[in-house]
Write a protein that binds this ligand. Structure first.
Ligand SMILES: Nc1ncnc2c1ncn2[C@@H]1O[C@H](COP(=O)(O)OP(=O)(O)OP(=O)(O)O)[C@@H](O)[C@H]1O
Ligand SMILES: [Mg+2]
Length: 268
């Protein structure tokens, strides 16, 4: 096993994600990220110098108009794509320094991913979908099954273990995806519009579930969203516009105008 990746995992994981001695308080540090996409003659600058430090145990929402660069930013901090310029540090390790194997190890052990479209494997049951990351991580099958059952219980699907995605509602599929993201006890969960395909009530339940995981298990939640309900539970909201950080709001600022936002049913 690669040494750097082991350090990353050792620094970041654990049920409570407590800060071991000497470890910085930042789980993610993005510095001057620039990302351009070339389409024929046209270049789109999706990220235009984004810097952001994210604290261990934080619940952070990233908001901004469609096309502002939220998913692109996620792909950078999740190690799914590389910036043209700038750097991403996860638990103080520069992602650019990792080789392919180390990066795969980091993605498997340290980061959990939740997508708007769930991305479950259709031929697998809920239990098998949730267990899958533990198999990638080389955990014994009995341990993986036990972990998957425990997580499905936590997300309220203990009675749906053997259902396939097509036999589950949208909200239930998103719960399976949340359970799967936690299979290897990650220190960071990246959720890209986790309520984007859900109705108001189910979306509210999913947000409450993410917040509970954040509070009780210390998982850092970083969520891109158009959903103002998400703002309600966030420690910080980062607004992105045209590939730049436009403004950052703290919990205290959010509380000041939460009353007015709570009345909006923004399902953009
Ligand atoms: N693979 C790609 N190739 C070319 N252009 C891309 C690619 N991915 C994103 N873009 C462009 O980069 C910009 C940022 O896209 P991104 O997906 O990050 O936006 P977003 O903030 O997540 O939007 P939304 O809220 O609609 O999900 C957009 O202009 C988009 O068209
Ligand atoms: Mg997006």
């Amino acid at each position: 096993m690669a040494v750097i990746a082991e350090d990353v995992v050792a620094a970041g994981n654990g049920a409570n994600n407590k800060k071991p001695g000497g470890q910085t308080e930042y789980v993610v540090r993005a510095k001057d990220l620039v990302k351009e996409f070339q389409m024929g003659q046209e270049t789109t600058r999706a990220l235009n110098g984004v810097s952001l430090d994210i604290k261990r145990g934080e619940y952070l929402s990233i908001m901004g108009p469609s096309g502002s660069g939220k998913s692109t930013f996620f792909n950078m901090i999740g190690g799914l794509d590389k910036p043209n310029n700038g750097s991403v540090f996860i638990n103080d390790v520069d992602m650019a320094q990792l080789d392919a194997q180390e990066l795969a190890f980091l993605r498997c052990h340290t980061i959990g991913y939740i997508f708007q479209s769930f991305n479950l494997i259709p031929v697998m049951t809920a239990l098998e979908n949730v267990q899958l990351p533990t198999i990638f991580a080389g955990k014994p099958s009995e341990d993986g099954t036990a972990r998957a059952m425990e997580l499905l219980e936590i997300v309220g699907l203990g009675h749906r273990l053997h259902h396939k995605p097509s036999e589950l509602s949208g909200g239930q599929q998103q719960r399976v995806a949340i359970a799967r993201s936690l299979a290897n006890n990650p220190s960071i969960v990246l959720a890209d519009e986790p309520t984007g395909n859900l109705d108001l009530k189910t979306g509210t339940e999913i947000i409450a579930l993410l917040r509970k995981l954040n509070k009780e298990q210390g998982v850092t939640i970083i969520s891109a969203t158009h959903d103002h309900k998400m703002v309600d539970v966030s420690d910080r909201v980062v607004w992105i516009r045209d590939g730049r950080v436009d403004k950052i709001e703290l919990r205290e600022d959010i509380d000041l105008h939460i009353g007015s936002m709570g009345n909006e049913e923004d399902e953009a």
